[in-house]
Ligand binder design. Sequence first.
Ligand code: FAD
Length: 294
Amino acid sequence: MSSLISNTAATASLQRGVRRVRHELKMRLLQVRRVEHVTPRLLRVTLAGDDLEGFTSAAFDDHVKVFFPAPGQDRPELPQLGPNGPAGPGGPDATDTPPTARRDYTPRRYDPASRELDIEFALHGHGPAAEWAAQARAGQYLGVGGPRGSMVMEGDFDGYLMVGDETALPAIARRLEELPAGARVCVVAQVADAKEEQTFRTLADLTVRWVHRGASDDAVTSNRAAPSGDAVVAALRDLRLPDGDIYAWVAAESSVAKAVRAYLVGERGLNKAWVKAAGYWRRGAEATHDKHED
Ligand SMILES: Cc1cc2nc3c(=O)[nH]c(=O)nc-3n(C[C@H](O)[C@H](O)[C@H](O)COP(=O)(O)OP(=O)(O)OC[C@H]3O[C@@H](n4cnc5c(N)ncnc54)[C@H](O)[C@@H]3O)c2cc1C
């Protein structure tokens, strides 16, 4: 990853905590350099362009706002940055017709030398982002805003737990690449089926459990059944976590993330200050980001 990531690791104090780092907000118009499938339903889009100059992502669970071209247009409207933040077409209160869709995505990899930014899209098939990704090809334009800030974890824990679905896999895979040798980490990942399992690159001591949704609860091809979280919690029940203090990170469909957090804090006795859980999407709703806390 970028040099900033290694600087962050080098300056991390032994005291545990999360340090908020703010970044200057910039809007960038980028072009697709290439696309490749990580798995059949996870597409890696490599974006490039001079606008990436100065791009910074200091934490594995950062997010950028991705702006998609409206129907009939070849490039997205990007908001103007004024004293009160983003405004105008593409801004949060925009009334442009047709509206410019914007969605949250994880900066999976940034290479300052080649000025390439990778974003991985779950091909779930139901909204402007997933529909754009399904037809993505080199030369097309996307807008990227942010990240506005990063929550950088400092200090070492005895073990790490990461739980999530396809939308969390870019952050999980990035985190695994960043963890040092000897770190003990467990991953529980829920995906459609065995074809969606990916091989992670890591120096850490990694245990992975894949949970398959199966045909009756397939969030990628069907929008009917609400995922309950039961299958993920069942996998967690069977999982032996490293002894000592655990930092847990959870991102998935909102009700699943909530159920997993309740299990980890209520039944497994994890310190709730060290369980970070977020809904990266919500069944039946567009563009949500739920933070599950007490
Ligand atoms: C901080 C953050 C980081 C994220 N990083 C990533 C990332 O790196 N990669 C990634 O793929 N996603 C990521 N997401 C999730 C992504 O923003 C949402 O899935 C988003 O809703 C996709 O937009 P859309 O236009 O495809 O669907 P929307 O228009 O938002 O929703 C349309 C319909 O699709 C459903 N839906 C949305 N997402 C899914 C899904 N994954 N599976 C099944 N149904 C779905 C909704 O419930 C709704 O009914 C992240 C979200 C957050 C908050």
